[in-house]
Design a protein around this ligand. Structure first.
Ligand code: MRU
Length: 372
């Protein structure tokens, strides 16, 4: 709790299991779900018990630690094979959020590094198991620290008394804690900036209505829930000062994949001269992809569009197309807020600098922990 904002831990490791708040049940029920095998952890991601790019990354890291914990392999080669298989299973859970494969690669690379430097044998397998759990814990703790830095970096561009428009859920629930774009809002709240937030409901899964509204009400941040279709009207009539949202993947040129509907908001914001900030940690930046056109866009089942709660709102058998994300070309962004500062155009250069600084910070933290 800081200045009245209650924080939480969305995903964590306890007694050899990966535990998380079941986000499918919010806001009606607050329940902790437990997962004890790697395929089950993958299911927690694909079925969206946990969602939001950084939270998915932390869950996948714990999934890799779980694979090591459960491995029956007697030596490091066998354990590495189990980890490679676990990485494949986890990476296949959802395609768009790059934090997933970023996290599994980080743990696998560390394991390969430790195994390569030590003589094979039972002792190495035990060392690897301990090292992977420590790395998953470090990744989760680091996520919270990074989000706070990012939040305060972003708060610097939000004027006193501003009205912000926010899409999807990017808060404590979408990360390990504090959030990305919602982290900016929490930072403003901690600074007593007197802000107000327009919360997009975010059809079809209603992450805004179910999760963001729940988080902001707990934190006592002044807000109104709006139908997605109201956003354009509010922007044209001068009721929005700043637009903030997160990202599931940012391409090297600054194009952003985020929750479906983000593109439409950014275009209307530009039309009305409203600044637009994407807020994402450097782990969400994928320098291997040149632009947004090559980011994989997840397509989800028709029931998400056809049903609201248990009730069907369309004729039985209606054909449905349900892309879960869209691409906002970088020309619509004022800036991309990261833990290493705010990146401005030209994004290809500013993002590369931020990613390099982010990698150096991870290395520095590891050498403090004396990880090889
Ligand atoms: O389908 P979801 O709920 O996982 O989508 C989440 C988003 O689009 C968020 O905006 C994004 O992950 C950034 S959150 C920190």
């Amino acid at each position: 709790m800081a200045n009245g904002v209650p924080y939480m831990r969305t995903v964590y490791w306890q007694d050899g299991q990966v535990k998380m708040i079941d986000q499918r049940l919010l806001p009606g029920e607050e329940q902790i779900a437990e997962f004890a095998t790697v395929p089950e952890v993958a299911r927690s991601i694909s079925e969206m018990y946990v969602r939001g790019a950084p939270a998915i990354g932390a869950t996948a890291a714990y999934g890799m630690a779980l694979a090591a914990h459960l491995s029956q392999a007697g030596d490091s080669d066998g354990l590495l094979n189990d980890l490679r298989q676990a990485k494949q299973t986890l990476d296949a859970a959802r395609p768009t959020a790059v934090n997933l494969s970023w996290a599994t690669r980080r743990l696998l690379t560390l394991a390969e590094q430790i195994a390569g430097e030590a003589p094979a044998g039972q002792g190495t397998a035990r060392t690897l198991k301990e090292a992977l759990l420590a790395e998953a814990q470090a990744l989760a703790d680091e996520d919270v620290r990074i989000n706070r830095r990012m939040g305060f970096n972003g708060a610097a561009v939000v004027p006193e008394g501003a009205n912000l428009l926010h899409h999807c859920n990017t808060g404590s629930l979408a990360t390990v804690d504090f959030g990305t774009a919602l982290g900016v809002i929490y930072a403003c709240q901690e600074q007593g900036k007197n802000i107000h937030v327009w919360v997009d409901e975010t059809r079809p899964r209603l992450q805004g209505a179910r999760l963001t509204a729940w988080e902001l009400m707990r934190a006592e941040v002044p807000m109104h829930l709006i139908a997605d279709n109201a956003a354009g009207h509010l922007m044209r009539t001068g009721q929005v000062d700043v637009v903030v949202f997160g990202a599931d993947r940012v391409a090297a040129n600054g194009d952003v994949a985020n929750k479906i509907g983000t593109y439409k908001i950014a275009v209307v914001a530009r039309e009305n001269g409203i600044p637009v900030y994407c807020v994402a940690p450097t782990s969400t930046v994928d320098l291997d992809l040149p632009d947004g056109d090559v980011i994989p866009i997840e397509e989800r089942g028709p029931e998400e569009v056809v049903e609201i709660g248990a009730r069907s709102v369309a004729p039985a058998g209606v054909p449905v197309y349900n892309p879960a994300f869209d691409i906002t070309p970088h020309r619509y962004l004022t800036g991309i807020v990261t833990e290493e500062g705010i990146c401005y155009p030209p994004f290809d250069q500013s993002l590369r600098n931020a990613v390099e600084k982010g990698r150096a910070a991870i290395e520095a933290e590891r050498s403090e922990r004396r990880v090889p």
